[in-house]
Design a binder for this molecule. Sequence first.
Ligand SMILES: Nc1ncnc2c1ncn2[C@@H]1O[C@H](COP(=O)(O)OP(=O)(O)O)[C@@H](O)[C@H]1O
Ligand SMILES: O=C(O)[C@@H](O)C(=O)COP(=O)(O)O
Length: 418
Amino acid sequence: MLLGVIADDFTGATDIAGFLVENGMRTIQVNGIPSANMQINADAVVVSLKSRSCPTEQAVEQSVAALKWLQAQGCQQFYFKYCSTFDSTAKGNIGPVTDALLDTLGEDFTIVCPALPVNGRTVFNGHLFVLGQLLSESGMRNHPVTPMTNSNLMDLMDAQSRGQTGLINYQSIEQGADAVIGRFAELKAQGKRYAVVDAFKAEHLNEIGKAVSSLKLVTGGSGLAAGIAKNWGEHLQDQTQAKQAGHPAKAPTVILSGSCSIMTNKQVERYKAKAPFLAMDIEQCMSSENYVNEVFDWVVNHLSESLAPIVYATADAEKLKTIQQQHGAEASSQAVETFFSLLAIKLHTYGVRNFIVAGGETSGVVTQSLKVDSFHIGPQISPGVPWVKAINQDLSLALKSGNFGDENFFTTAQGYFS
Ligand SMILES: Nc1ncnc2c1ncn2[C@@H]1O[C@H](COP(=O)(O)OP(=O)(O)O)[C@@H](O)[C@H]1O
Ligand SMILES: O=C(O)[C@@H](O)C(=O)COP(=O)(O)O
């Protein structure tokens, strides 16, 4: 095993796994730390945790346990994957987890690289941009759990970690990997423990990928995965196998959308024009035990149509606000998640074998309800969203992070069945 990845959430894990496979690494993803002995025949393993916004001690404990498990699998390099929008609070969990991983590995230096230019996440002079807007001016400033109100990655990292952060700006990156390695030495000599690296195009990430080959730990979003995978290129045995194992088959398919992001709203609207759709009734979802059976019957009646039926809770910001004022934010989101969990179980029992799910939390709930413990990674539907196939059962999933994919995503995803 070459590379071990610790991802702080579920869609984030499939995101990086997809890029590793795209770049020739045979990759599997495990949901949490496996309790049983697993025989793993892959170049990379991604462990998905739910550690992004849980209490810091728990995030540290889980991440260190994942690292030790990956070490036991023989991994040679380790990657802490967090969100490309650096989702965290002043307390963490990115800083404390990075510190704990460095300590466990006996290392004293790593990089901070959230950039994912293909999805509009760029770093310029140490500041993070989302589709051309500073992070602090993007929609992330209103995130319910991890509002991002500062775009300066050095400040963000200093506030939540034990050490000090330096910058490797794009001028150094553009001089190539050797110059970057030289900057690592300079920053270390200045007592820095972390280096924020500028990156606003794929070439930057390729140079950073080469430069980090001697670092035991790297941290970042999924963008750097391509650079790192290229770096391992000569060690990879059979690159053609990488995507085969995770390819979805033609089978009954459903779309469950629990994301309220701007992009998911657009995707649902576009899909409704051509496929059977059902908008979840939140009142009924919260008050009627039989509602899930009614929706189940509706889905079953539409499974044989050429495009898969979609059930969605997706609402625009105004509608969501009204629902939250009426029922409470926590209670309504809990009700939606429980509903999707029950519906997914019923549909799977009935024979649905492909699930396209929109939303990070929603994906976590559905995957856990379907008792999937590990995945093969298949082809990418759009950057950061691969098809994945359960290893322990006949089941394929496409887990879409709220903001990812273009407007035709739900139709495009169904073009991969063979
Ligand atoms: N109509 C709705 N009313 C209340 N909560 C909702 C509604 N639709 C979705 N939610 C909740 O909003 C959250 C969306 O989070 P998530 O699935 O992670 O999507 P994203 O990736 O866009 O953040 C989930 O907890 C979901 O249950
Ligand atoms: O890095 C990213 O942007 C994604 O992989 C990711 O982590 C997305 O998180 P959610 O939007 O909460 O799904």
